[in-house]
Design a protein around this ligand. Sequence first.
Ligand code: PEP
Length: 254
Amino acid sequence: MSYTTKKIIAGNWKMNMKKSDGLNLIKSIKEASKAIDESKTEFIICPPFTLIDAASEELKGTNIGVGGQDCHTQTSGAYTGNISADMLKDLGAKFVILGHSERREYEKETSEYIAQKAETAIKAGLIPIICVGENLQEREAGLELKVISEQFDKSIPTNEATADNIIIAYEPVWAIGTGKIPTLEDIEKIHNLIQEKSQERFKTKDINILYGGSVKPTNAKDILSLKNVSGALIGGASLKSEDFIAIAKASEEE
Ligand code: PEP
């Protein structure tokens, strides 16, 4: 069984939103989300670490879960500047994004390192949202299936992970923040591949796979109605409550 059968609408706020603007956005998403059918949609908000506590407090009792954007491989210790999975959990987080392409690129995180983080996150009781995706060069060389396959093999921990305690996000790097998206056939092809990989690893194709990369209210319906797309991981459009909720609305229409 996958973690959920509801459509997952997840927002990655990245390094945006100071305290008061962030709180206003959380409140506005909370209010607007009342128009969305709880039985069909699960929301996740991943604000920066500075807002996790406030978000968890504000969203208690709603169908909006809170997630971190990263965590360390260790649960505590001499790791200056880092945040552990246990700390996120302690502040009320249920999820953590791991292996986002911005961390793979700027922080030089490898798939093996991401797998260690994911193992620690699962042990702490968090659901990791593990990101995979090819860059433009790899796409232009026709290597996307190979890259995704390798990232899946190495980024998902061999210990602890099951089909129902992780979420995968397919995020082509060249589609993030660019307004470009793959064709629907291409999205389907990669999501099918991830299902096949899940079948090999977990003996089930029933795993949540989000698509991420320039999801907007205007393209959400087409993307979210693809059979094997369980939801969306949304960057830019998650910073405006109207757009974030409009994407969820579009997923109700499919
Ligand atoms: C992301 O960074 O996870 C993302 C999908 O960004 P955007 O929606 O802005 O492309």
